[in-house]
Design a protein around this ligand. Structure first.
Ligand code: CP
Ligand code: NVA
Length: 310
């Protein structure tokens, strides 16, 4: 039975029901097949989505823009530098105005609260394209990528090695919602947000997943089905770069670490990678890496999200 998601915001995987997550992943499969078969499919004909970017992007911008076009709609790139938002117009007024022109808004920004506020004052769906707290579209794509390779998610174990950042948080919510065990392995002082940990454990208690936080990479990867990593210094943290290099040096995903993992473990990274820091060339370009499949799936998953909510 399909769940009606029309008009729904996509701000956090925590806000989605298990059925909604499954529906996004199942719709992705159908849209990806259509795309591969060259079938024209225009459910969003005549619809327009605005994309506000307060941070840089390669994958998110291109995959949303191309995805919208492939669905028959139109996407506008709105650089925050050129919006009145940057000159003090409020988020609420921006939302009220943009809702009069657009059928959906995608936003990438710093403060998570800004996205929550934008959604509150917008009458059209708002999609979170990354905040300092969360990156749900990336993780929905990652869940799809893992399911593609391993057939299911339930009972698998994902070991995330690195910063307890937006990626770690969304992976915790994604795993919790779908029954996949998530181990977050971070150095002391860089653990995930306590409230995200609490909420993801609450979600996990309903699906049989576990959310574990520890600090030993070797232990974390031993029985993992998936090893995931992300940059040590996220957008907005550039001033901490040198300090973070020191704190994270034991947390590199390299061939020595992979010797502790199984032969068929998948290696994932949301990209962009800082090669030689959190991951080595030999691993990211090696046989266990699925990073470019992940990147491709952003397109298919976001098409599914847009088609479902707009
Ligand atoms: N993974 C991801 O969101 O990439 P971009 O920053 O290039 O959009
Ligand atoms: N944690 C990274 C993810 C980039 C897609 C950042 O926020 O910069």
């Amino acid at each position: 039975m399909a769940v009606d998601m029309k008009g729904k915001d996509l701000i956090s995987i925590h806000d989605l029901s298990r059925e909604e997550v499954d529906q996004i992943l199942d719709t992705t499969h159908i849209l990806k097949m259509k795309q591969k078969l060259g079938e024209i499919y225009h459910p969003l004909k005549g619809k327009t989505m605005g994309m506000i970017f307060q941070k840089s992007s390669t994958r998110t911008r291109v995959s949303f823009e191309v995805g919208m076009w492939q669905l028959g709609g139109y996407a506008l790139f709105l650089s925050a530098n050129d919006l009145q938002l940057n000159r003090g117009e409020t988020i609420a007024d921006t939302a009220r105005n943009l809702s009069r022109y657009l059928d959906g808004i995608m936003i990438r920004t710093f403060s998570h609260q800004d996205v929550v506020d934008l959604a509150e004052y917008s009458s059209v769906p708002v999609i979170n394209g990354l905040t300092d707290l969360l990156h749900p579209c990336q993780v929905l794509s990652d869940l799809f990528s893992i399911r593609e390779k391993k057939q299911n998610l339930e009972g698998l174990k994902l070991a995330y090695i690195g910063d307890g950042n937006n990626m770690a948080h969304s992976l915790m919510f994604g795993g919790a919602k779908t029954g996949m065990h998530v181990v977050i392995c971070s150095p002391s002082g860089f653990e995930p947000d306590p409230e995200v940990t609490r909420l993801s454990r609450l979600d996990a208690s309903k699906t049989g997943a576990t959310i574990t936080i520890q600090d030993d990479p070797v232990e974390a990867v031993k029985t993992a089905d998936v090893i995931y990593t992300d940059v040590w210094t996220s957008m907005g943290q550039e001033e901490e770069y040198e300090k973070r290099l020191q704190s994270f040096k034991r947390y590199q995903v390299n061939n020595t670490l992979l010797e502790n993992a199984t032969e068929d473990v998948l290696v994932m990274h949301c990209l962009p990678a800082h090669r030689g820091e959190e991951i080595t060339n030999e691993v990211i370009d090696g046989p266990r890496s699925i990073v470019f499949d992940q990147a491709e799936n952003r397109l298919h998953v976001q098409k599914a999200i847009m088609a479902l909510v707009m």
